[in-house]
Design a protein. Structure first.
Length: 401
């Protein structure tokens, strides 16, 4: 659901896939200046570690956003903080388990959060809008495009859109409708609007070699070129009392965004002028470079995972043909089928080691592929009694990372 309110009158051992940069604190002039930015503000940042919204911190962040906009950049804000605002307003009370209590808190706090943003952006003569999204809004291709078109129109008009998950309707009983945290939501928004850069700003400096709260020898990793199992093991979930996302969710978000052609930086939002410094290319926090060029809208939607129904595991020969030769996926190269899906559904494609190669629209359902996996295409009609083509996924319907 998209809601547009009134005009505002308001970072020893080098892990795999890691670059230990020697340019910390310096600009990398070879980096392209981003033009379209998504900035995600976490609850711990917006509250300053307290139990309520820190208006001084928010004012500082808003001023930075306004400055970036005035430089000719386009920027959207994905903001947490509604639940914290609602909890503080309602005062001390016992957390209720019989009802979706977080949704109640979000309902109370969302308006208050927006009021603060409206008032702060008004000081810079900037109009704000609000977009409340759920996974269900974007699972359908038409819904994805509607949300995309609205956000792009707001950017064109020079409006700063404040995006949050619609916690009031995305209840726990409908888990498939939830993003689960605003880290993943911010990656989806960056996917939606073809962003150049996603800034995930929090109260920690980035990804470390160990949990910095428990290990004094932990080192900040300045750049991660590939998010593999080694990197994922570093992401000890250090979720705080107020927020819902730790480093694990931030890596999940980085995987999605970089696969869509978006560079991601996780950094400490409390540092002075952090947004402008990151946009200008200063090496702060942990940078995750995009792993592909920006993709057209249909490919980004497929890669988003919002409509993925299953997974096909292929042998090394098929993996090589898909990645290096841009071939279609044939039944002969498939070794495993995971999940239940129908013809025309989007499925992930992985190699024998479990590495995701990409995704695509399948010409056969899961039960059919179980019957024809590993066989030559000419035997499909004999085994099934019908034939939807020699390709399980045609190259035109494949997105390879």
């Amino acid at each position: 659901m998209l809601l547009l309110p009134r005009r505002a009158i308001m970072e020893q051992v080098r892990p795999a896939g890691v670059i230990m940069s020697k340019t910390k604190g310096k600009k990398n002039v070879s980096r392209k200046q981003p033009r379209r930015i998504v900035a995600k503000f976490g609850t711990s940042l917006l509250t300053g570690g307290s139990d309520h919204l820190d208006q001084d911190m928010m004012s500082n962040l808003v001023a930075q956003v306004a400055g970036i906009k005035q430089q000719g950049n386009e920027i959207l804000v994905v903001s947490s903080g509604a639940i914290a605002a609602g909890r503080y307003h309602l005062g001390p009370m016992r957390e209720r388990k019989g009802i979706p209590f977080k949704q109640v808190l979000a309902s109370v706090g969302q308006g208050r959060l927006m009021n603060v943003y409206e008032e702060l952006f008004a000081r810079h003569n900037i109009t704000v809008a609000q977009a409340l999204l759920t996974r269900a809004d974007l699972t359908d291709r038409a819904g994805y495009l509607n949300a995309r078109n609205t956000l792009l129109a707001l950017l064109e008009l020079g409006v700063i859109c404040i995006v949050n998950e619609n916690d009031v309707v995305a209840v726990d009983e409908i888990e498939e409708a939830k993003f689960g945290d605003n880290d993943n939501l911010s990656a989806m928004v960056a996917n939606l609007v073809d962003a150049d850069l996603l800034l995930i700003l929090t109260d920690i400096a980035g990804l470390y070699t160990a949990d910095p709260h428990r290990n004094a020898d932990a080192r900040l990793i300045p750049q991660v070129d590939r998010i593999d199992t080694t990197i994922e093991k570093l992401a000890t979930d250090t979720t705080g009392n107020l927020g819902t996302g730790g480093m694990i969710t931030k890596l999940e978000a980085a995987k999605l965004a970089t696969a869509s052609g978006v560079t991601v930086i996780i950094a400490d939002g409390r540092q002075p002028d952090i947004i402008a410094r990151l946009v200008s290319g200063e090496a702060i926090g942990t940078r995750f470079p995009a792993v592909t060029n920006q993709l057209e809208s249909r490919q980004r939607w497929m890669l988003s995972g919002l409509s993925t129904r299953g997974e096909l595991v292929v042998d090394f020969g098929a993996a090589l043909a898909l990645k290096k030769q841009k071939r279609s996926l044939l039944a002969a190269g498939i070794t495993g089928v995971k999940g239940k899906f129908e013809r025309g559904d989007i499925v992930n494609v992985s190699d024998p080691e479990g590495t995701r190669l990409g995704c695509g629209l399948t010409n056969y359902g899961s039960s059919d592929i179980e019957s024809i996996k590993g066989v030559h295409s000419r035997r499909i009609a004999t085994l099934l009694g019908y034939d939807y083509g020699s390709e399980v996924i045609h190259r035109n319907n494949l997105v390879i990372l």
